[in-house]
Design a protein around this ligand. Structure first.
Ligand SMILES: O=C(O)CCC(=O)C(=O)O
Ligand SMILES: [Fe+2]
Length: 329
């Protein structure tokens, strides 16, 4: 029987406001530092391979992690970021599409103190929903302009997580968990929410028009309103979001990077909103033997998904929006 290790959280406040920021959820030594080391090694490997293949002019050995990442991405191009993400591209993949599936990340996904918080919000039968990303955002000044617009290294426009998944997710009690790996501040692009927006239903999301200042799929300002709350969070903290809470990020205008993971959890047995991606049981009080504890099995699930996607070709639709609603005109 697992011993509760996490903080007791204010469930009522989460239900009222649609979000809850909790400091000190991850254990710095046990959960967080191994992830940082894993990414330092990964960056080393990516740079060595790209350099050996003649794709980049330097190995940037003398630079600290974030500057080194920025230098590498600048030379290698936006596509090089995919090797760091903990997911596949949404619509299509080949057998060679890289992704990062390491033991430290898996350990963080299953962190007992984190899952104790999740359990207080969605109950004891917990599935890891596969909508998950790492966002290491170097300062905008360190990257070419196209990096700042969207993608995982740039600013995120206003959306609800329910809106970016397929409609099958509508009744799923999907919980977003945003983890701060570096301190998140207003200067480096912390997350912002519209408090209580989760009570207003699912808003229409519009694809960004070519040449507009919006970034990808977004909720138009007419529907969102103008009030929002920035949520700075210290390294190791977690932000819990209801699936209909409107949120966005600020721009990364500081000297240092903004590094976060966004993960999602839900009760076992409900649709995930991305049925072609793999989910797994993180915690089950009813059947502990169904919990996945081996990171290599998790990594294999994603590799099998990649093979299926490579064989099946690009997906048609990954969300419900096509820009035809009048508010998107
Ligand atoms: O970190 C970001 O910029 C966006 C995160 C997000 O949209 C999420 O956690 O659902
Ligand atoms: Fe989101």
């Amino acid at each position: 029987m697992a011993v509760a290790a996490g903080p007791r959280i204010d469930v009522e406040r989460f239900q009222e406001e649609g979000y809850l920021a909790v400091e000190g959820v991850l254990d710095i030594e046990r959960d967080l530092e191994p992830v940082v080391r894993e990414y330092e090694e990964l960056l080393d490997q990516e740079i060595a391979a790209a350099h050996a293949a003649g794709k980049i002019p330097s190995t940037y050995d003398d630079l600290p992690f974030v500057r080194r990442l920025a230098a590498y991405l600048t030379d290698a191009g936006k596509g090089a970021y995919q090797a760091f993400d903990i997911s596949l591209p949404l619509k299509s993949a080949t057998e060679e599409t890289p992704m990062h599936l390491g033991p430290a990340v898996f350990n963080m996904l299953r962190s007992p103190s984190l899952i104790d918080c999740v359990e207080q919000l969605i109950g004891p039968e917990v599935l890891s929903n596969p909508i998950q990303h790492v966002r290491i955002k170097p300062p905008e000044s360190m990257l070419p302009a196209d990096f700042a617009k969207g993608g995982l290294t740039g600013q995120t426009d206003w959306h609800q997580d329910q809106g970016v998944a397929l409609p099958e997710v509508d009744e799923t009690e999907m919980l977003t968990v945003w983890l701060a790996i570096s301190d998140a501040t207003e200067e480096n692009g912390c997350l912002c929410v519209v408090p209580r927006s989760h009570t207003r239903g699912l808003a229409t999301h519009c694809p960004a028009k070519p040449g507009s200042t919006r970034i990808g799929l977004h909720i138009p300002d007419e529907l969102r309103g103008h009030d929002f709350t920035p949520l700075p969070l210290k390294r190791g903290g977690a932000l819990f979001l209801h699936r209909r809470t409107m949120h966005a990020s600020l721009r990364t205008l500081s000297d240092g990077a903004r590094w976060s993971f966004d993960l999602r959890y839900q009760p076992i047995g409900q649709p995930t909103g991305r049925p072609w991606f793999p989910s797994f049981v993180v915690r089950s009080r009813r059947d502990p033997s169904s919990e996945l504890r081996d990171w290599t099995v998790w990594a294999d699930l994603w590799r099998q998904t990649r093979s299926r996607m490579a064989a099946n070709g690009p997906l048609d639709k990954t969300n419900r929006w096509d820009g035809s609603e009048p508010v998107c005109a």
